[in-house]
Ligand binder design. Structure first.
Ligand code: CO
Length: 296
């Protein structure tokens, strides 16, 4: 790998770690999740990057894909299980990292289960290895601690301007014959729950992604689409960001753009049995025989 490319992956990882830790440090009783998201975004930009995707701040039975609304009033309460899932983009070189915390409490068994699963993976992951070996480690650690791994969420390959590509690294044992890439970045993200271990789409959507540029009739719709393609490329973005830039009418335009096939939606994911959910995630850079956790 060229040094310049490697350095960008590493910087994206370092910024990812900083903003994840900032988010976790702000998870105290009474904190507004909108303030946390905005602090993460501000720090990302101050450090010279852009978000890889909107900060996901998902509480309790919500597993992923929640980012605050532009007027979000949600406050954290003691005992909430909060997942902070964030990433930085340095010229399209991305990081993706997450941590969980039990708000206002110390150690938490559910939180520790995913932390330990990720630590176990960090000790054995190698470029080009069979994907199911990683799934087995995650499943064994989480199940061994009395929780269920979430079977339909998992790790993934990461490319330039491409958050999810190639490998899918399931969190439950399987016999897939696929292999990890030998060079580049993969993200590993164990999820554990007190429920059965399956997430479903809820009706709510706060995060979108450009699908394709379409001809749309409204001039506001055209302006929004142009802005999205220039500002975010094909990386996910928050409805909040568009409403902040274009005003409240943008909400209607976003719906129209989805209907026209210009945007994809990421539904908020919730655990089917309303189980509590925890998550940890790191980005791993493979370069030759070396493995570097960019978000450590
Ligand atoms: Co990820």
């Amino acid at each position: 790998m060229e040094k310049e490319e490697r350095d960008k992956w590493l910087l994206a990882g370092k910024i990812g770690k900083e903003i994840r830790d900032l988010g976790i440090s702000m998870c105290v009783p009474g904190a507004k999740i909108l303030d946390i998201a905005e602090a993460i975004e501000k720090k990302t930009i101050e450090m010279g990057a852009k978000p890889s995707f909107p900060p996901n701040i998902s509480i309790n039975q919500i597993a992923a894909h929640y980012t605050p609304k532009f007027d979000d009033k949600t406050e954290l309460t003691k005992g909430d299980i909060v997942k902070i899932d964030v990433g930085a983009s340095v010229d399209g070189y991305l990081s993706d990292t997450a941590a969980s915390v039990a708000v206002g409490e110390g150690e938490n068994k559910l939180v520790n289960a995913t932390k330990e699963a990720l630590e176990a993976v960090s000790k054995m992951i190698k470029p080009g290895m069979e994907v199911h070996q990683i799934s087995e480690v995650i499943d064994d650690v989480i199940s061994g601690l009395g929780f269920s791994p979430i079977v339909n969420l998992g790790g993934h390959g990461v490319g330039r301007y491409s958050l999810h590509e190639g490998e899918f690294i399931s969190n439950s044992k399987n016999y897939s014959g696929s292999f990890l890439r030998k060079e580049g970045v993969v993200a590993v993200e164990p999820f554990a729950t007190t429920g059965g271990g399956y997430v479903i789409d809820s009706a709510e959507v706060q995060i979108y992604q450009l699908a394709s540029i379409k001809n749309v009739r409204s001039s506001l719709g055209r302006d929004i689409l142009k802005y999205i393609s220039e500002e975010y490329n094909e990386l996910p973005f928050a409805k909040r960001w568009i409403v902040t830039k274009f005003g409240r009418f943008a909400e209607i335009e976003i719906r129209n753009l989805v209907a026209a096939g210009a945007l994809n939606e990421f539904n908020v994911l919730k655990e089917k049995d309303n189980g509590l959910v925890s998550q940890f995630e790191h980005s791993f850079l493979f370069d030759g025989e070396t493995v570097t956790i960019t978000t450590l």
